[in-house]
Design a protein around this ligand. Sequence first.
Ligand code: SAM
Length: 235
Amino acid sequence: MNEFICGLSSLGITLSFVQLEQFETYYRELVDYNSRVNLTAITEYKDVQVKHFLDSVSLVLAGIKGDEKILDVGSGAGFPGLPLKILFPDIQLGLLEATQKKARFLSEITAKLGLTGVEIISQRAEDAAQNPLYRQKYTLVTSRAVADMATLAELTLPFCALGGRVIAPKKSDIEEEMDRANTAVKKMGGRVFEVIKIALPGLEDGRKLVVLEKISNTPALYPRRAGMPAKTPLI
Ligand code: SAM
């Protein structure tokens, strides 16, 4: 795990032996499951360390506390939610993933890693966000590579408690994408809090963390029914 360890040291993070073992197990299980079910195109040992593990952990640059209640929307094979859980074992974590096969992997890997306080929610964000169990219940919502910001605001902000945040890692130039997202962010009761530039070993390609803050309740009609946020974004 040299690449990962090197990147972590730039963040001032040192992992325990147990945590390193968990990341090793995560890598092995990811590649094994991926040979049967398509989870990710990134499977080389070095690439997984940097593009999945380090990239996920880079969210600490937006300030993550050890007692957060986090929901990872469109978690796929668990990114960025699971690396954050390994790093901060006391967080409560929800992994929301619409695809059943991916959600099954999330259940299996969570058990293999011996993690507690993790809930796998195999639903679409549009449906789960209308459930009082999940609506406005999280201090932090993460979502990587799921949709552009206008759509993502509608899929994430309804889960945020007042004062909570959304952290969305983004690649490349996002100025236009952020302009398009203004209306949706406002309608969901949010505001753009900050955009943080990331430069970590192996991740020097203009990555950013978009941080939204929840400042008022999301009106009951949002999110709209499944598919609508992506089909007709609120721009
Ligand atoms: N976040 C992971 C990552 O960065 O590796 C997975 C990214 S993958 C490109 C997008 C994932 O979001 C897919 O697994 C897809 O099933 C899920 N997804 C897309 N739209 C969703 C929705 N409306 N509700 C729940 N999951 C969704």
